[in-house]
Design a protein around this ligand. Structure first.
Ligand code: AMP
Length: 236
């Protein structure tokens, strides 16, 4: 589902559910945006779904300043195998706006870990991770709420888990929502690490960088955009 108001994107969500849950899921998505004047709802049959037993493990860190938080993100990226120069370029790119003219992209940047060059075909759209969901979304949502997180984390954790499984070396993300300052670094090495504040309140810039190995490009994009995954649980 994607919804807009006055031509501006206001809400988007994707679900992967069994046929018996189709009607209630469509209704849930229809009610999701508080106001909109256009909504596009696409329903698509998926032939093959792979199961992922557990998501990446979650941890959280809070810092006094954006500079300290970004310094920590840089350390996690280098610990994950991203060379410092590449990790620094990734952080700078998100801070400046990775789309044309400093705009916010619709999807993610693909950055070559070795050269720090960009590999996505369309720098406005980027690459979008789709077709990933939780087997029992409600239970996961409840557990994460109890731990002080929101539905944002439910979606972002699923997305990051799929990314790493598809071969992304590490991911850096913070939202373009000016009121939401928590971002994350995710990798197989460090898990899903929530970091606050990765930007100043009021800052409309944000996005995602997927640090990848250039030789993985074709299989990785195919996996991110085409393969369907359901995640069964959170790690203990
Ligand atoms: P959000 O966390 O929804 O605020 O999204 C932050 C940024 O991540 C967006 O501005 C996009 O650049 C990027 N993004 C959002 N959804 C996806 C997705 N499904 N796959 C890849 N990148 C995304």
């Amino acid at each position: 589902m994607r919804a807009s108001l006055g031509g501006k994107h206001v809400s988007g969500a994707e679900r992967l559910v069994g046929e018996p849950l189709l009607q209630e899921t469509v209704l849930e998505l229809l009610r999701r945006p508080t106001s909109f004047d256009q909504m596009v709802l696409t329903v698509e049959k998926v032939e093959e779904v792979s199961l992922i037993e557990t998501s990446l493990p979650i941890s959280s860190r809070t810092f006094e300043s954006v500079a300290d938080a970004r310094g920590f993100a840089l350390k996690l990226l280098t610990d994950s195998g991203v060379p410092p120069r590449t990790a620094e370029r990734g952080l700078r790119l998100l801070a400046e706006g990775a789309g044309p003219g400093g705009s916010v992209m619709r999807g993610a940047v693909l950055m070559d870990v070795e050269t720090a060059g960009r590999l996505e075909e369309d720098p406005q759209r980027g690459v979008r991770t789709v077709r990933v969901d939780w087997k029992n979304r409600r239970a996961i949502e409840r557990t994460l709420r109890e731990r002080g997180m929101t539905s944002r984390t439910v979606d972002a954790l699923a997305l990051a888990t799929k990314n790493i499984l598809c071969g992304v070396v590490a991911e850096l993300c913070w939202s373009d929502d000016p009121d939401y300052t928590t971002g994350y670094v995710a990798s197989g090495k460090v898990g899903y690490v929530r970091i606050d504040p990765l930007k100043e309140r009021g800052d409309p810039k944000g996005g995602r960088i997927y640090f990848i190995r250039k030789q993985d490009l074709p299989t990785l994009v195919e996996c991110l955009e085409k393969r369907a995954f359901l995640i069964e649980s959170l790690p203990d």
